[in-house]
Each structure stands twice: as C-alpha cells, then as structure tokens.
Write a protein that binds this ligand. Structure first.
Ligand SMILES: Cc1ncc(COP(=O)(O)O)c(C=O)c1O
Length: 392
C-alpha cells in the first residue's frame, strides 16, 4: 500500500474510530459533525490553504507517517493528563541505544529550537557566539535579545561553503561557542566530514562547538557525517537533531541535543525541561524513529523533487548549489530573490526571499511532487516578472 493511500484510509477510518472509542462518544452523528468541523479547521488552521504550494520552510510534506498518525491519535486521547514522562524516557532510551550513549547525554525539547536557544544562552555567559556569515542563526540570536553581543560572523567561501580555516582563526578568548549547521541552511551544502571532524577536535580545545545536524538524515551516508562520536569521545562538542525534517513532524515539535552529561546539565538550566514536551509529539517521534520504510519513501520523493528543480534551473539558464538537504539554493544571476518570491507567490507558490545581503539567492524547499511541478512550471513566467519588476 502506498503511503498516500494508507494515510487516506487511516485518516478516514481509524483516527475517527479511535477518537470515538477513547473519548466515549457513542453518538455517531455528533462524531461525524466533529470530524467535518475538524477537517474544515485542518484546511484553514493546520496546514497551507488548499491550492497553495508551500515550499518555504524545509518540511517533509509526506509526514506525519501513518504510524505517527496512529500514535498521535492514541496519545492525544490521553492528553488531559500530565503524562509525558514515560514517553520521554522511551524516546530517550531509543536515541541513547542508537548512539551508544545514556539518557543523561540527551536534552529533549519541543523541536530543536528551544534546546538550541538554551545552548546559545548558556554559552553567551562565557563569551560571544561565532558563526559563518550565512547559516541558520535564529537560535544563536537569542542572547542578543537579552543584551549580549551580536553573533561574530566569518565570511563564507566564494562557493558559499563554511570556511573552517577562517572560523578556526577567529576563535579567541572572547568566543563562548562556535555554531555550525551541517548540512547548512540555506545553502544546503554539507562539509567534508574529515575536515569538519578535524576542525571540531581543534576548535573544541578552545571553546564549545555546536554542530546542528537537523538535515543529517537527508545526506548520503548520514553516520559518516555525524559529529556525535566526538561527543562520546569526550570533546567539548554538542550536536543537535530534530524530528522536524525527514521525520515529517515539524508541527509536532520534538528535537534534542546530544552532549556530555556536564553540558546537558548546564544547558538544561536555561529551559523548562519536561514541562515543554507534549505527549502527542513524543508519541509521533517514537513511532517514526525506526520507521525506515517511511524515511526511505520520503527521501526518495525529496530526491525526485530535487532532480526536477535542478533540471528546471538548468533549462532556465540558471545554476544552483549542490544540495544535501530537502531544499535548493538557486542562483538567480542578476535577479532579485525578493521579486522572484513575490512573482512565485502570485501563483500561490511559496518560497523564500533574500537572505541577509545575498540578494540573488533564492531558497526553495521540496514539497509533494505536484507542488514541485508547480514551481517548475511557474519558473519561466516568474523569472520574467522578476526582471520586469527590477526594471520598473
Ligand atoms: C539547521 C536548522 N536547525 C534547526 C531548525 C529548527 O528546527 P526545529 O525547531 O523544528 O527542530 C531548522 C529549521 O528550519 C534548521 O534549518
């Protein structure tokens, strides 16, 4: 059974059935009207409007998986209780077993953003945060909001890679943490694992090194690229992971940090720990963590979408960076990414606009194949519109 079909059957049948059973609703009429209201709400509140191709947030549009949906329904039916603890421990044990670590090496949060912010806040007490010019900097800006100095930024290379040598040279006593995303967002590029490992070992002798591996599962040979073994080997390195990307659970909010016991204990002081976790999200994460059929299916679809975009980029006389993620950074040449975004939005295709000063770079995330096709089909006219907006 295909994922789309089993998902449809599941939504049409067992979610409604289990919700009815678990909540004690016996009146079928009221259950049906509840479900009609729920689907109306779902189309307005919980996802993109019908007819909109949402390619602007690096999600997995095939998620949650059927197994996750089933787990969410069961856990949600028990949502009246404060009961995240057993599920949190189960998930911690699953993560710990995979990496040969203990529960105490893992800090869970509602998505990886909270725990990444706690790490930034904790580290900012020791000094400034150092990052590349272009990276997913949202959480490392948290200290700035409390009056700490801004992120110290190191220019990317001409190919928009993270310049590890320059980053290393920039570490001095004023730096409290180095923040690297690998693969990087918005470029989609992955670093050479040997060079990154060498960098992490050297740099972590001088300061704390954070490697955000949100897109690790989307690389070819994910384990080869992970810096988790460095945490285990005792280096001052912390690694972030999330269920928001390949696992298709961005809206369910589960992510985590892997670090030494000392570092997790120190970083956790900046958050509210288990109080921020929710049972439905944890249930979905547990059901998805080893669901290799769903993960393989998702990765294949994402790669199919990426080939379509790469072909369209070429056919329209443009280039793009090689992508190890579920998004592509397209070089618009002399084009303006904000105008291109607006031209695409007029066709109900949502993509990203300008990042910092990178005016001609445009990020598009992969969606369902039909939505990627809408991007591809809209490209020639949107590029023309962009050019005319630039002239006026
Ligand atoms: C590199 C990176 N890390 C972390 C996140 C945040 O993910 P979440 O808080 O949903 O785990 C994102 C989101 O796009 C990201 O690109």
């Amino acid at each position: 059974m295909s994922y789309n079909r089993s998902r449809r059957l599941f939504l049409g049948g067992s979610v409604a059935a289990s919700a009815i059973g678990a909540t004690g609703f016996t009146n079928l009429v009221s259950a049906q009207s509840t479900s009609a209201a729920a689907s109306k709400a779902a189309s307005v509140m919980y996802g993109p409007k019908p007819g909109v191709a949402k390619l602007n947030a690096n999600e997995n549009p095939f998620g949650p998986s059927p197994k996750a949906l089933e787990a969410i329904a069961i856990a949600s039916a028990q949502g009246g209780a404060y009961y995240a603890y057993p599920a949190a421990m189960t998930l911690l044990d699953m993560i710990a077993e995979r990496h040969g670590i203990t529960r105490k090496n893992i800090s869970l949060s509602a998505g990886s953003s909270p725990v990444l912010s706690y790490a930034a806040l904790a580290a900012s007490k020791n000094g400034k945060i150092l990052g590349p010019d272009l990276f997913w900097d949202t959480t490392s800006k948290a200290p700035e909001k409390q009056g700490a100095p801004e992120i110290v930024r190191v220019a990317n290379t001409a190919d928009l890679d993270i310049d590890l040598d320059a980053m290393y040279a920039a570490i001095d006593d004023s730096i409290g943490m180095v923040h690297i995303c690998n693969p990087n967002n918005p470029t989609g590029k992955v670093l050479d694992p040997i060079k990154l490992r060498e960098f992490c070992i050297k740099a972590s002798k001088k300061t704390l090194v954070l490697v955000d591996e949100a897109y690790n599962e989307l690389i070819d040979e994910p384990p080869k690229h992970s810096m988790i073994p460095l945490v285990k080997a005792g280096h001052n390195v912390i690694v972030a992971r999330t269920f928001s990307k390949i696992y298709g659970l961005a809206g369910m909010r589960v992510g985590y940090l892997i670090a030494s016991e000392k570092n997790t204990e120190w970083i956790n002081r900046y958050g509210m720990g288990g109080y921020t976790l929710n049972q439905a999200g944890l249930a979905a994460a547990i059901a998805s963590y080893n669901d290799n059929a769903f993960l393989t299916f998702s990765k294949e679809k994402i790669y199919e979408g990426k080939s379509m975009v790469m072909e369209a980029v070429k056919a329209n006389g443009l280039t793009a960076l090689p992508s190890s993620t579920n998004f592509i950074f397209v070089n618009l040449g002399d084009g303006n990414a904000e105008y291109f975004r607006q031209a695409m939005a007029e066709k109900d295709v949502l993509i990203r606009g300008i990042y910092r000063t990178y005016n001609n770079w445009s990020r598009v995330s992969m969606g369902k194949i039909a939505d990627v096709k809408r991007y591809v089909d809209a490209m020639p006219a949107a590029l023309e519109k962009m050019q005319s907006m630039q002239k006026s």
